[in-house]
Design a protein around this ligand. Structure first.
Ligand SMILES: [Zn+2]
Ligand SMILES: [Zn+2]
Length: 172
């Protein structure tokens, strides 16, 4: 984890140098904040965290830096339609468990998902260059809340990570 951090910061330095861009303190600060978290924060959550170190930084700056870092391939946006963009500094292939109640996103490492073969050639006109698997469901906290509430949990909510993994793997 720690070496990941050092490596990412070094990469930022290298890329900035190669492109003749200044390595601003804002850029390294935003990247560092993202590297320290695994909850895939929104831009505003990143802003909040950055402001705890540098209170006068503007929202525009943080948003712009996030865009730049994503363009440079140092972070990525996690796509979850319907919810606000979330950011991830983990660039190796990994997958996500998404809670549709609270929008929590949890990293999932799965060799089986890593090994899915990309379609050969173009698919629907798309040149596919990457993928990640997104499992959608209800997180443990929301299941607990629901259990205490009036509606009874349906079968779907009982599926644990293991089962979801198995089921999805069989589909492919
Ligand atoms: Zn939840
Ligand atoms: Zn992630």
């Amino acid at each position: 984890m720690k070496s990941d951090r050092v490596e990412s910061l070094k990469r930022l330095e290298k890329i900035c140098h190669a492109r003749g861009m200044p390595l601003t303190s804002q850029r390294s600060m935003v990247l560092e904040v993202l590297l320290q978290r695994d909850d895939h924060p929104t831009a505003d959550q990143v802003l909040e965290a950055v402001r705890s170190r540098s209170p006068r930084i503007s929202r525009r700056t943080v948003y712009r830096v996030l865009d730049t870092l994503a363009e440079l391939g140092l972070i990525r946006r996690v796509h979850h339609p319907g919810a606000r963009a979330r950011f991830d500094a983990k660039m190796h292939r990994h997958h996500h468990l998404v809670c549709t109640r609270c929008n929590r996103i949890v990293d999932l490492e799965s060799r089986r998902f890593d090994d899915i073969a990309l379609p050969k050639g173009k698919s629907h006109g798309f040149k596919v260059y990457d993928y990640s698997v997104q499992l959608v469901g209800i997180c443990p906290d929301c299941q607990k809340k629901q259990g205490r509430g009036k509606d009874s949990p349906s079968g779907l909510f009982h599926s644990d990570k293991e089962n979801l993994e198995k089921n999805s793997a069989q589909d492919s």
